[in-house]
Design a protein around this ligand. Structure first.
Ligand code: ARG
Length: 463
């Protein structure tokens, strides 16, 4: 039985069931790189401040680098008896260099250690995620560029509402992912705060240099209050919320792709590389990837609720409950990264059936609002126009025709103000072109959205 690093005040060893239950090494080994990075900075700081000797620091740093390489190469067997990644690494260190290894934990606690590890990990994950979101946005913009003239029905209640362009629709998602990037960048600011050097909860008696640690570990600020530093998981909650929101956006998009790839819609078809077949029905081509992303959104919500529930009612400062923060954090990060990568690939290889989209836009009276607006332009009050066009639609519906199929005489039987120019006004493309409000689906407005987006993406700026 390995001797516990904290075994001094114990007269009995722990039950093996306890070791298993207490250990987090199965999942927190993911943090080894950050743990070693933090320890190297800590050892250097201790030596700089004369708290440990330069030789000891040198031995610690050299050995930690070797351990890092051994873990990278898969040559280290972690042990649950050493509970977590922090104590596993420390025990290997001590095994290898003896006494000097035992000095590393001076002026530090696992409470500030784990807090800095998660922050280092999350800062890197946030960078990766924002890069992936950027790539997705680039794909959206180039797809939008290719579909500025592709007309489709815009929906409300999944009922055909008004004609829009596919580019406009895609640029709507661009805005959502833009906000996701902003949210992650914002979360980064609060994650970018160094807890190391705060000790267990109250600070330490040593003359440490936390500024130096921040500098070495690339943190822009120090956590201001030691007790808060070790108790705080707000940044992780923000991260999990941001992941949930981004997944929700992906999920809505996926839902649309699932619906659009059905035979009933046939607006798009997924590339074979991103579809699967059925084990029984030979004709099937299923949009599994889109469905899976939609499904995985659920687990990111679950992860967020998990951590909120863990943190609720925890007294200050550290409580072991907080060890449970890691599986949900890791899972959401992995889920979002994988979903963003595959979704982007799927989008790049999507085939759009423009004719089907345009044909659908022409059905369902998507130009009814424009017909009412036409009557407004002839001087009638909008409510009255709404009523008239409602009657026109009812008539057309019973006869299985579109508004533009009615003769001028027919139209005039509903209102004498109809004139020949109505047909031009309710032409589907003109309905789109005629939109004037800022941010509308008009061809001109969408061109502007695309060129603004290109500038944003090129500058890496978040407006
Ligand atoms: N494995 C622990 C965690 O992840 C490390 C911190 C333990 N601190 C303590 N005082 N027990 O939270």
């Amino acid at each position: 039985m390995a001797k516990k690093l904290w075994g001094g005040r114990f007269s009995k060893s722990t039950a093996s069931l306890m070791d298993e239950f207490n250990a987090s090494i199965d999942f927190d080994q993911k943090l080894y790189k950050y743990d070693i990075q933090g320890s190297i900075a800590h050892a250097n700081m201790l030596a700089k401040q004369g708290i440990i000797s330069q030789e000891d620091a040198q031995a610690i740093v050299t050995c930690l680098r070797e351990i890092r390489k051994d873990i990278d190469d898969g040559n280290i067997q972690f042990s649950i008896e050493y509970e977590d990644i922090h104590m596993n690494i420390e025990s290997i260190l001590t095994e290898r260099i003896g006494e000097a290894g035992k000095r590393l934990h001076t002026a530090r606690s696992r409470n500030d250690q784990v807090a800095v590890d998660i922050r280092l990990y999350l800062k890197e994950e946030i960078d990766t995620i924002t890069d992936l979101l950027h790539k997705l946005e680039e794909t959206l913009v180039s797809l939008a560029q290719a579909h500025t003239q592709t007309v489709m029905p815009g929906y409300t209640h999944l009922q055909r509402a008004q004609p829009v362009t596919l580019a406009f629709y895609l640029m709507a998602y661009y805005q959502m992912f833009r906000r996701d990037i902003q949210r992650f960048e914002d979360c980064y600011k609060r994650t970018d705060c160094l807890p190391l050097g705060c000790g267990a909860l109250a600070g330490t008696t040593y003359d440490t240099d936390r500024e130096y640690l921040a500098d070495q570990l690339h943190f822009s600020r120090l956590c201001e209050n030691a007790m808060d530093a070790v108790s705080d998981r707000d940044f992780a909650l923000e991260f999990l919320s941001d992941c949930s929101i981004a997944m929700m956006h992906l999920s809505r998009f996926c839902e649309e792709l699932v619906v659009w790839s059905s035979a009933e819609f046939s607006f798009v078809s997924m590339d074979d590389a991103y579809s699967t077949g059925s084990s029984i029905m030979p004709q099937k081509k299923n949009p599994d990837i889109a469905e899976l992303i939609r499904g995985k959104t659920g687990r990111t919500y679950g992860n967020m609720i998990t951590l909120f529930t863990i943190m609720k009612s925890l007294t200050l400062a550290y409580n072991k409950d907080m060890q449970e923060d890691k599986p949900p954090i890791f899972d959401s990060a992995e889920t979002l990264k994988a979903s963003l990568s595959i979704f982007t690939n799927m989008l790049e290889t999507l085939t759009v059936n423009k004719d089907k989209m345009e044909a659908a836009a022409k059905k369902g009276f998507t130009n009814a609002t424009d017909a009412a607006d036409y009557l407004v332009s002839k001087g009638l009050p909008f409510r009255e126009c709404h009523e008239i066009i409602g009657k026109v639609v009812l008539f057309c519906e019973t006869h299985g025709i579109a508004i533009e199929d009615l003769s001028l005489e027919d139209l005039q039987s509903f209102s004498p103000v109809f004139e020949e120019d109505v047909y031009e006004k309710i032409d589907i493309r003109n309905c789109i072109a005629a939109k004037k409000s800022y941010g509308s689906t008009s061809f001109e407005s969408v061109e502007k959205m695309i060129s603004d987006a290109k500038k944003e993406l090129a500058g890496g700026v978040c407006l």
